[in-house]
Unconditional design. Structure first.
Length: 425
């Protein structure tokens, strides 16, 4: 028996095949479901014709899925995993808690910028000048780390964010005398549009250790010293006692090797100066007999200082009460001797090497005439470390210093200037 379709004409409807019923039902279902969603009608069963055909299609698809339940489970799990919006990942604590290598020679910093002039704080922590290459202005701030090494936990900068100036904190020196105090040299320059060769401003600052930015300016630089010389810079800033600072007054020049060559910075020691912080306007005096001094350190009491001279192989001692200056040790020949520091009956001195790069550290004492050469362990491929500015701990058993790693033939530097810690045996 054959089923005939009705004739076409007015009021007549064309026959609809089962497949067309399914397609129409699907289209109407989507249209009404979307309309219901837009109108906020909570319906999942669209009230449209041919719903039965849609139901049959759904059942057919379910029967097809039943043939491969494992594949469906895998696909569903992948979809759910990809669409899940869980809690964000939390960063792990990756801050280093120990130095980069083991004693006796410990590298405390590993930065592309210069880390220099380390010193000890009264509580045993280490403070040094760090170049902040993570900032556009490349300020040189004070950085503080534990006395045994590990991560820097505090930076002291003139501003919390980068700005149009270049600010530099140098020569940090702290004391527990008269309450924990810190003294340092602060320099400032406008870096835009072109940074100047010399700083626009420079001064000695004295402040609490807890807040080095909350300090007072005790001496602007340059200034005309009582000797008639102009101190264009200062170095080796130290506390003589709770109310006096001692340092080397310097001449600073910027010669060029040729008309197109970049300027070099040449610092030459002139004399040792003492600044008394007691008056409302601090006063500067010159230590007699210290012409051409290149470094200075305070001895066991404020009555004694040790110093070196430019182009001289001798370590000198000066006693204020007697006015006597004598020789402590003569290394002889034309050896380069500088950066003297005293602690616990020992003198730490940098000898030989190259100016502005570093040399070997010699320890004089505690026995009279004793001279011990600090010999760091050999590094890979014959490289070695030259030190500058050694700063011994109060017990004299350790010292921190700035230094470079050099190739075995001293032809090239293998690192930027870093801070090192050396533990004596």
């Amino acid at each position: 028996m054959y089923r005939c379709a009705p004739r076409a004409g007015i009021g007549a409807r064309a026959a609809v095949t089962p497949s067309e019923q399914v397609v129409r039902a699907s289209r109407e279902s989507r249209r009404w479901w979307v309309w219901g969603s837009v109108r906020n009608v909570p319906t999942l069963r669209p009230p449209v014709p041919y719903a039965a055909a849609t139901t049959r299609l759904s059942r057919a698809m379910m029967r097809r899925r039943d043939r491969s339940p494992i594949r469906f489970t895998i696909v569903l799990a992948a979809v759910l995993a990809g669409c899940e919006h869980g809690a964000p990942f939390l960063p792990a604590d990756y801050t280093p808690s120990q130095p980069y290598n083991a004693p006796p020679l410990i590298r405390l910093t590993l930065n592309p910028g210069d880390d220099m002039m380390p010193a000890w704080l009264p509580d045993g922590e280490i403070v040094y000048t760090a170049e902040r290459i993570d900032r556009a202005d490349h300020d040189r701030c004070l950085a503080v780390m534990p006395g045994t090494g590990a991560a820097v936990f505090r930076y002291v900068c003139r501003s919390s964010t980068s700005n149009d100036s270049l600010d530099v904190f140098l020569e940090a020196s702290a004391t527990s005398l008269g309450g924990d105090q810190i003294a340092y040299v602060r320099q400032g320059s406008y870096r835009l549009p072109i940074p100047p060769i010399s700083p626009n401003e420079q001064a000695i600052i004295v402040a609490p250790v807890t807040d080095p930015n909350a300090g007072r300016e005790v001496r602007s630089v340059p200034y005309l010293a009582p000797s008639g010389r102009t101190h264009w810079g200062i170095s080796h800033l130290r506390w003589l006692d709770a109310a006096r600072l001692i340092y080397v007054g310097e001449d600073v020049s910027y010669p060029r090797g040729c008309s197109m060559c970049p300027p070099d910075t040449v610092r030459v020691g002139l004399e040792i100066a003492v600044i008394d912080l007691t008056p409302a306007t601090p006063t500067v005096t010159i230590v007699p007999g210290t012409d051409a001094a290149s470094s200075v350190s305070v001895g066991a009491t404020s009555d004694t200082i040790y110093f070196t001279r430019e182009n001289d192989a001798v370590v000198y001692r000066h006693v204020f009460s007697s006015g006597v200056t004598d020789t402590v040790h003569d290394f002889g020949g034309n050896r380069l001797v500088r950066d003297v520091a005293w602690a616990a009956g020992r003198l730490f001195v940098v000898v030989d090497g190259l100016p502005d790069i570093g040399g070997d550290v010699h320890i004089l004492g505690p026995a009279a005439g004793a001279d011990s050469l600090v010999q760091p362990p050999a590094r890979a491929r014959g490289a070695f470390v030259w030190f500058e500015r050694p700063a011994p701990s109060p017990d004299g058993r350790r010292f921190v210093a700035q230094g470079y790693v050099l190739a075995s033939d001293t032809s090239s530097l293998a690192s930027s200037r870093e801070v090192w810690l050396y533990e004596l045996p």
